[in-house]
Design a protein around this ligand. Structure first.
Ligand SMILES: Nc1ncnc2c1ncn2[C@@H]1O[C@H](COP(=O)(O)OP(=O)(O)O)[C@@H](O)[C@H]1O
Ligand SMILES: [Mg+2]
Length: 363
C-alpha cells in the first residue's frame, strides 16, 4: 500500500530525438504542494503537460491513486483526469462575469443551483472577489483576473491542481502578494498541487517540497530549508539563493581553498570527497581589523574589489590575500567598507556546506 496521490515513475519525453524530460520519478502525498523549479527550458512545462494529459510520455508512467493515467501506450484525456490547470495567461472567459466564470465548471457537473451559488460565493470570499462577482474580466486588474482563474480551478475541487508560471504576467509587488495567497488557498482547500516556476522565492513561499530540475532531470527534491542548507549539487547550490561555490579539499583538519584555508572544525564534511563547498554570502562576517587573538585561524585577510548597495544589505566582492578567488559577502546596510580597503572575513566552518553531488553547472 502506498499513500501517494500522484506518482511519476521514470517519466520521459523526447521531441523527435531531443530529450526534454528524462527519468523523472516523484511521488506526492494527498494534499501536498510541490513545485517544479528550474531555469527556462529545463522541462517543467513538458512535465506538467504530461501530468495534465495534453501530451503522451515517451517513457515511464503517471499514476493517480494507484491507477495509471499516462503511459507511452495510453493517456486518459485531460477532461477525465479530475485535474485543473492554470496557465500564465489567465484564460478566463471574457464574455462571462466573474461569477459565471467561477460557476462554469460546477454547472457542467450538474450540481444544484443553490449549491453552485454557495460554493461560488465561498471561493469568491476566499480570494476576496465577492464584491466583483458581476464584473467582466476586462474590468479587472491582472491580479484580479488571476484570482478568478484560481477560484475557477479550485472551486471544482480537483484531485490535482496544476499551475504553470501563473504569476509571471504580474508585476513584482503583486507577485509577492499572490504567492502568499496561493499558499493560503492551499491551506484552506488542501488540493494536491504541482506548481511550475523558475522563481525560487515563489517555490519557497508556496511549497511543501521543491523539485529542482536541470536539463530535463531532477537534481534534488527537498523541503525549502533542506534545499537551501544542504544542496546536493553545485547546480542546486547556485540556483537556490546566492552563494559562493568554492573548490577545495580537505587536508588534515583544514579545508584548503586556492590561496587560503580554514579549519575543518565542525564543518559537516563527513566522508565526502569535498571537491565543492557552498558558502553563503551572509554567513561570512566582515571585520575592518585583524583578530586580536591570532588563534582565530578562520579569519581570512582580503581586499574589497567591488561593492553594491542593495538597500536591504551591502554586497561586497572580496579577494582573499594571495588568491585569485572572488568571494561574495553580504553585510547589514549600516556596515560600510570602501573599495580597496583591507578587511578580514570570518568564515564559520560550521556553515560551510560541502556539496556531495557530481558535476553540474551553477545556475
Ligand atoms: N513542441 C516542442 N518541440 C520541440 N522541442 C520542444 C517543444 N516544446 C519544448 N521543447 C524543448 O524541450 C525543452 C523543455 O521545454 P519546456 O518543458 O517548455 O521547459 P520549461 O517549461 O522548463 O521552460 C526545451 O529545450 C524546449 O526547447
Ligand atoms: Mg515553461
Amino acid at each position: 500500500m502506498t499513500d501517494s496521490k500522484l506518482k511519476l515513475v521514470g517519466l520521459g519525453k523526447s521531441y523527435g530525438r531531443i530529450p526534454a524530460v528524462e527519468d523523472v520519478s516523484l511521488s506526492l502525498r494527498s494534499g501536498e504542494f510541490v513545485s517544479l523549479l528550474g531555469p527556462s527550458g529545463c522541462g517543467k512545462t513538458t512535465t506538467l503537460r504530461m501530468l495534465a494529459g495534453f501530451m503522451k510520455p515517451t517513457s515511464g508512467r503517471i499514476e493517480v491513486n494507484g491507477v495509471i493515467i499516462s503511459s507511452p501506450t495510453s493517456v486518459v484525456p485531460p477532461e477525465r483526469r479530475g485535474m485543473s490547470m492554470i496557465f500564465q495567461s489567465y484564460a478566463i472567459w471574457p464574455n462571462m462575469t466573474v461569477g459565471q466564470n467561477v460557476a462554469f465548471g460546477l454547472k457542467l457537473r450538474k450540481i444544484s443551483s443553490a449549491d453552485v451559488t454557495e460554493r461560488v460565493n465561498r471561493i469568491l470570499d476566499t480570494v476576496q472577489l465577492r464584491h466583483l462577482k458581476d464584473r467582466y474580466p476586462a474590468e479587472l486588474s491582472g491580479g484580479q483576473q488571476q484570482r478568478v482563474a484560481l477560484a475557477r480551478a479550485i472551486v471544482i475541487e480537483p484531485e490535482v491542481l496544476l499551475l504553470d508560471e501563473p504569476l509571471s504576467n504580474l508585476d513584482a509587488n503583486l507577485r509577492e502578494e499572490m504567492r502568499s495567497e496561493i499558499r493560503r488557498l492551499h491551506d484552506a482547500f488542501k488540493i494536491t498541487t504541482v506548481y511550475v516556476t523558475h522563481d525560487q522565492s515563489e517555490a519557497m513561499v508556496t511549497s511543501d517540497r521543491i523539485v529542482v530540475m536541470n536539463r530535463g532531470r531532477i537534481e534534488q527534491v527537498d523541503d525549502p530549508v533542506s534545499l537551501y542548507r544542504r544542496p546536493k549539487t553545485r547546480f542546486v547550490a547556485g540556483f537556490i539563493g546566492r552563494t559562493n561555490l568554492l573548490d577545495g579539499k580537505r587536508d588534515g583538519n583544514r579545508i584548503v581553498f586556492p590561496g587560503f584555508d580554514v579549519p575543518a572544525g565542525s564543518a559537516p564534511i563527513g566522508d565526502a570527497p569535498g571537491a565543492s563547498f557552498s558558502v553563503r554570502p551572509q554567513t561570512i562576517l566582515l571585520h575592518a581589523a585583524p583578530p586580536a587573538d591570532r588563534g582565530r585561524t578562520w579569519w581570512v585577510a582580503g581586499t574589497i574589489e567591488e561593492r553594491a548597495y542593495l538597500g536591504e544589505y551591502w554586497e561586497y566582492v572580496i579577494r582573499p590575500a594571495g588568491s585569485d578567488l572572488r568571494v561574495r559577502v553580504s553585510t547589514p546596510p549600516n556596515q560600510m567598507h570602501a573599495v580597496a580597503e583591507d578587511v578580514w572575513m570570518e568564515i564559520d566552518p560550521g556553515r560551510i556546506a560541502p556539496i556531495p553531488g557530481p558535476e553540474g553547472d551553477a545556475g
